[in-house]
Ligand binder design. Sequence first.
Ligand code: DGL
Length: 270
Amino acid sequence: MAVGVFDSGLGGLTVLDAVSKRLPDVPFVYLGDNKHAPYGVRDADDVYTLTCAATERLWDAGCDLVILACNTASAAALRRMQESWVPRDKRVLGVFVPLIEALTERQWGDNSPPREVAVQHVALFATPATVRSRAFQRELSFRAIGVDVEAQACGGLVDAIEEGDMILAEALVRSHVDALKRKMPTPQAAILGCTHYPLMQEVFQDALGPEVAVYSQANLVAESLADYLGRHPDMIGTGDASMFLTTGDPKRVSDHATHFLRRRIQFDAA
Ligand code: DGL
């Protein structure tokens, strides 16, 4: 029994860490498409094709349920995959909905009509492809009315984090927050809509100020997965071992991942 966790690269390890802590008995197969990362600068068709290929690889590894721990894939490909591609006996879930349910104070699967919620001014920080897709605004509009969303595409930030250049990453966070604040001076909540950004959460919080509630996904996704598996235990697939797979160079990716998560991680070729 295993559940697949997919990301374009290493950022999804923040989600993997949270889901494995929350569900210690479930084996997880992680797949990073490092060969084709970053996804954030690709067009939607490209992200769709790559995400389908990676999802099939995880199905082959015995994972009937695949979590797209990549916001760019969740935003640019998930709806199309669910509508026309995923077979009946498989599931692919994304990372946006748990976050939006938390923001709009909804229980999982509450499909009642959109209503007014406590927050009215929300800042979204994400990759250029996620911002372009407007998937966040679309999913939010199914659940809430009267929420003003200002999105800031954080060009360069994923690359700086992947390279471990935290000085550049901090400078980029501060300049992207400044740019956002010029468009929306007093956001009430900020969404870190990219798997890499939790590593910079303190800098985001500092730049935004203490009055802004900063939402990041890993723990919200873990709670929602635990809830989902409680209701659909049959969706834990046949795979029985945790593993880390990459489409990139396993040694290079293992070294980067170890640096990224500050613990030893061994990737194998996908
Ligand atoms: N993992 C992607 C996301 O969450 C960011 C990295 C990329 O651009 O591939 O949006």
